[in-house]
Design a protein around this ligand. Sequence first.
Ligand code: SF4
Ligand code: SF4
Length: 437
Amino acid sequence: MARTFVGGVHPPYRKGKTCFLPIERLSAPKTVVIPLLQHIGGINAPLVAVGERVFFGQKIGDSDAPIACPVHASVSGRVIALEKRAHPNGREVLSVVIENDYADEVHPSVEPKNMDDMSPADLLQWIREAGIVGMGGGGFPTHAKLTPPAGVTLDAVLLNGAECEPYLTTDHRVMVEWAEDVVLGLRCLMKVTGVKQGYIGVEVNKQDAVAELRRAVASARDIQIVPLAVKYPQGAEQQLIQACLNRRVPKGRRPVHIGVVVNNVHTAQSIAHSLRTGLPCVERVVTVDGASVERPGNVLVRIGTSFADVLTERGLTSEPYKLLSGGPMMGIAMHTPAVPVCKCTSGILALSRAESPATEAMTCVRCAWCIDVCPMLIYPTLIAQYGERGRTEEAEKYGALECHECGACTYVCPSHIPLVQWIRLAKSDIYARRNRG
Ligand code: SF4
Ligand code: SF4
């Protein structure tokens, strides 16, 4: 029977236009803009200068910060600018702009690796050097997730193949088309962590992915494919752990504190691809959809390709009313299509007005629907009210920091109150207060 968690919602999934289409490779653009920050953590320093020629796969930015991950050139060519450019996070971020020479001349350091010949420590270092981050949208450097704090023993590596966000089918296609790589990546993560049991959680609306993964795992008993009920946010780390392993992450703790490492299936596939080819993370699969897109689908895109280039290639039927990076529940609205595809860009949605109705917030009618659906069992309505009034201590007391910003509360609210936005504001005020000491 499909497993699940408490709470959650059932938005219209709208995956039908892309979930059965094979991944297509997008042609490399004339220029790529590679932000030096594509992960959670410290920004990288540039390792190249304007005018310098760079190779495909060359490391062009790195940092000594404990939580950071290098970035690499996704084309060969010449660096034509090193400047702040628009980033999907809404800010301007220092970026390396490379003019493509279309030679794809590979950096001499790029050579395939054999996982069996490498120690866990070597593999961990390789994952960092390959620039692997959480590709489900989180962007946390993968190597930093794989070292448990003192006193903690890891006993499960869990791959997230739920992909519960509407529209997005990136992970679905990765699992169907590259199931062997997903399993190889999982085995690599198990070797690094010393964990003997791996799990892949997949929502049951992806039966073809379940079948391909089962075929790739064959008769091995150390990897279990776990069918999950179709519900949002099934792919949130804590809900995934609850559904797959029947464990709860205690308040204020992370999955690693209960012995679990969670990674996205595309992250695992990317690790395997890096091992097989020697290439670092220089491309990813992106779902391109929305009523304004002429040819929706899943495309394999070089990191640094602009949203505008992707949309030009797929065609637009009309001017999008809203342009999103990611899905409609947790995605971020883009103010310009000049932003580049980064390692954690799972989707580009060019939505029409009908797909993203503007609604005016009204008074809370105290229906408690937001409380019923919250998978973290907190009080969205109260926390949002405190957030709106700047009463951060009360917001924190009622669990603001437990909120993972899934947006399920906002989705059900009949008064269209932007609960998650107020909670996000409360969280940033709480962190600012803490930083001030
Ligand atoms: S309060 Fe946070 S975790 Fe709970 S439903 Fe709202 S956004 Fe999701
Ligand atoms: S769902 Fe909206 S209207 Fe209902 S209690 Fe929550 S905030 Fe109030």
